[in-house]
Design a protein around this ligand. Structure first.
Ligand code: IMP
Length: 432
């Protein structure tokens, strides 16, 4: 029996998970997504072309790998169809190697409407949702009113769909939401619904499976399975910066519920962190930079959301948050991405503790959202050189190696590799 390895983001998302999964894929037979939905945007770049995936696992470009959408994932059929068509246009036939759990829940057009209605009702305390219907669809899952992929094949699917949609319409009306003016991709709810219904035909072309049996059989057969996280640790519904979080368990524990595997089957936990830090949407971000250094990180790092195009908030790496992430997830190795963004910085900083009302702590406080948190910063001399062409970890500039060593020392977790450009060839593994 093999173990299932896990790869997840340790910050607020966009750490470069898609790319690292893509690099690691040759080592695995199965790549499985266990949570999240089209709020995710996993960017992969190879052969000079950029590919963005939302719900399809990042192993899809490797035809000999099985890709699985697990029960913990949310599927919006219209977005799914678009993703499949984009792959088709690139000559990738996903029907060959993509399986879908029958228990994965569906995002209805009216879930997307409810996302907009809820955000509007929040006024100034908006979460900054991607508005893909994630919160409302998971709400229906927990309320036991949701519809699942397997339900599409049931004879009463349409009636159940209409019942749920009408419930959402009543809820939106109660919130005073203007349903008639609501648009998805420029279309009204009814028009979009038509496209959504047509897209079910695309979904039906895929093999629906009881994925918990499939994945456990894979492990018994000695297959190597990689669970690919979406969003990230600090957006976890339980341990993230609640309520400024997504609606799923993004952490290692989510692999067990999102795929149906026992905790004892978890093997390596690979955590990804940027060499600095970013966040999209609202919520606390103690190391955020509001000056030109923040703007420079955003510009040089091309920090614009892969799903929404929104500029990301940028700041220094946050060790209290990273240590917390390593603890909650049982991270066994770190992958550090994008140090190259800071190549011409005279100095880079690392937050090693928080100062809260004059008291220093390295714990994430319950009052994370409400008390002013001042980062205690340790400066490091910049490396002031391009990293282009460097092929070995140990050939990285000495100042960058010191910075990376400090990350290891602060987290107590070894770095497995560092990624120095968007291209899949530029991931430098560190000798054991
Ligand atoms: P939702 O998951 O769309 O409801 O969004 C909730 C919060 O999570 C918002 O602040 C989003 O910006 C953030 N979020 C959701 N998905 C991602 C992601 O894949 N990367 C980064 N942030 C995300």
């Amino acid at each position: 029996m093999t173990k299932i390895d896990v790869l997840l983001g340790l910050q607020w998302g966009d750490e470069g998970k898609g790319k690292i999964v893509d690099v690691l894929t040759p080592d695995y037979d199965v790549i499985a997504r266990f949570q999240g939905g089209p709020n995710a945007g996993h960017t992969l770049e190879f052969g000079g072309i950029k590919h963005v995936l939302h719900i399809i696992p990042s192993g899809i470009f490797h035809t000999d790998k099985v890709n699985l959408i697990g029960n913990g994932v949310l599927i919006e059929p219209r977005i799914f169809r678009q993703e499949i068509e984009e792959l088709d246009a690139k000559g990738v036939d996903a029907t060959r190697n993509l399986l879908v759990s029958k228990k994965a829940h569906l995002i209805l057009p009216s879930h997307r409407m409810m996302d907009a209605a809820n955000e509007q009702a929040k006024g100034n305390s908006k979460i900054g949702s991607t508005l893909k219907g994630i919160g409302p669809a998971y709400t229906d899952k927990i309320a036991r009113t949701g519809l699942r992929v397997g339900d599409i094949l049931a004879s009463d699917f349409r009636e159940r769909y209409i019942m749920l949609k009408e419930q959402h319409i009543r809820m939106a009306q109660t919130l005073g939401f203007d349903i008639d003016s609501f648009r998805i991709d420029g279309l009204g709810l009814d028009q979009y619904e038509q496209l959504w219904m047509e897209s079910l035909d695309t979904l039906k072309r895929f093999r629906f499976v009881n994925s918990e049996y499939f994945i456990n059989q894979c492990l018994r057969d000695g297959k190597r399975v990689l669970a690919e996280g979406a969003q990230a640790m600090m957006l976890d519904i339980d341990f993230g910066t609640y309520p400024f979080v997504t609606s799923s368990n993004t952490i290692t524990a989510g692999v067990c519920t999102g795929l149906g595997v026992a905790p004892s089957t978890i093997g390596k936990v690979m955590g990804i962190t940027k060499a600095y830090c970013t966040r999209v949407g609202a919520g606390p971000f103690p190391t955020e930079l509001f000056d030109e250094t923040g703007a420079k990180l955003c510009e040089l790092g091309h920090e614009y959301g892969a799903t929404t195009g929104r500029p990301r908030r940028c700041g220094w790496i946050d060790m209290p948050a990273l240590r917390y992430a390593c603890m909650i997830n049982g991270v066994t190795e770190l992958y550090v991405t994008k140090p190259d963004v800071m190549n011409d910085f005279d100095q880079v900083c690392m937050c090693t503790a928080y100062d809260i009302e004059g008291r220093q702590t390295d714990e994430i406080p319950f009052e994370y959202n409400t008390v002013p948190i001042h980062p205690v910063l340790t400066p490091f001399a910049g490396w002031k050189q391009s990293l282009a062409g460097i092929e070995n970890y140990n050939d990285l500039p000495a100042n960058l190696l010191s910075y990376l060593a400090a990350i290891e020392q602060q987290t107590g977790v070894r770095i497995a590799a560092v990624s120095i450009s968007p291209d899949r060839k530029d991931v430098l593994f560190k000798a054991q």
